[in-house]
Design a protein around this ligand. Structure first.
Ligand code: PHE
Length: 340
């Protein structure tokens, strides 16, 4: 019995998997196992030998069972440790960094424009990009053969429908839908058949309109001055130049002092010292009439600006196409959080 136990211990020493252990266990404790055989011998012995022998064999059996179950536990532990070792992660290895998204420069500028006007108590109105020719032109005092239509190279869609060439048709929509007094801006996309370094077939404008009973050009001048100085800096010099728009009378174009040469004259400002920045004026009586308002009672002020142009001048960008190519090397300049 001592020998059996010794042999068993030797045999399982080299075993490292449960499968082999099971086989060895069967050879000792299975139906035909050697210990089982010894147990079976009990019945062949005489009564006085039986007790002593029986005790010894049973002790051997318990001892063998104990050894097997301990071995089985240690094999399980071994396997677990191996797999833990295999799955080990090196958490000190630097991860791969992803570039974080950030706001597009046009979104940044648009938000800034909206913030300034909201601070002045303007609300925000929106209109569709697919617009009635009627709203885009006719009701803005540009009937069919009006020469001013030629200034807008238009994408026509269907009979009477087009891609709006400016945000001014929102003036008509709001006049028709809302009750004055009104004070709103309307940002959005506009479309013209034009493409070069400073023109894109799709670009953004912000329209503005104020309607009330007592308004004068000086209100317009004041609001434009406050807005442009907030946007370009309090020192910014402005110039109001008489101009023409069919839907305003009188009309003006507002210039800011050239951001490059500060008024001394350079290529950017064509040596004038000033840069054209927005169009504005007093709402034409025909626009009020078209929308069903009495121009004797209601007065209006309106303005419109190009968002790309505002952004180009603010950040010194010289090619409008950069806004739409989505080149990360360009876009990341406008993000505080971008990671290269
Ligand atoms: N709609 C004009 C344009 O696209 C801008 C403008 C708006 C001018 C409102 C005057 C008043 O050029």
């Amino acid at each position: 019995m001592e020998e059996i136990l010794e042999k068993l211990k030797q045999e399982i020493k080299e075993i490292h998997n449960l499968e082999s252990l099971k086989k060895v266990k069967a050879a000792y404790l299975g139906k035909k196992g050697c210990i089982t055989k010894l147990l079976k011998n009990i019945s062949t012995l005489s009564a006085e030998k039986r007790k002593n022998y029986g005790e010894k064999v049973n002790r051997l059996k318990r001892e063998a069972e104990k050894i097997f179950s301990q071995k089985s536990e240690s094999i399980k532990k071994e396997i677990e440790n191996l797999s833990l070792e295999r799955e080990k992660l090196d958490i000190t290895l630097p991860g791969r960094r992803y570039a974080k998204g950030s706001l597009h420069p046009l979104s940044i500028v648009l938000r800034e424009i909206e913030d300034i006007f909201e601070g002045l108590n303007f609300s925000i109105e929106e209109g569709p990009e697919i617009e009635y020719e009627l709203y885009n032109f006719d009701m803005l005092n540009m009937p069919k053969e009006h020469p001013a239509r030629d200034m807008h190279d238009t994408f026509y869609i269907d009979e009477g429908m087009l891609l709006r060439t400016h945000t001014s048709p929102v003036q008509i929509r709001v006049l028709k839908e809302k009750v004055p007094p009104l004070m709103f801006i309307s940002p959005g996309k506009v479309y013209r058949r034009d493409a070069d370094i400073s023109h894109s077939p799709m670009f953004h404008q912000v329209e503005g309109m104020i309607v009330d009973k007592k308004l004068s050009f000086s209100h317009l001048k004041g609001i434009m001055t406050v807005f442009l100085r907030k946007f370009f800096g309090e020192e910014t010099e402005l110039r109001f130049r008489p101009s023409y728009f069919p839907f305003t009378e009188p009309s003006a174009e507002v210039d800011i002092q050239c951001i490059v040469c500060k008024g001394n004259g350079c290529r950017l400002c064509s040596y004038t010292g000033f840069l054209e920045i927005l169009g504005c004026g007093v709402v034409h009586p025909n626009v009020f009439k078209a929308a069903g308002y009495d121009p004797e009672i209601w007065k209006g002020l309106a303005f419109g600006m190009g968002v790309e142009r505002m952004a180009m001048l603010k950040y010194g960008i010289d090619d409008i196409r950069l806004f739409f190519e989505n080149d990360y090397r360009f876009l990341k300049n406008f993000s505080l959080t971008a990671v290269t």
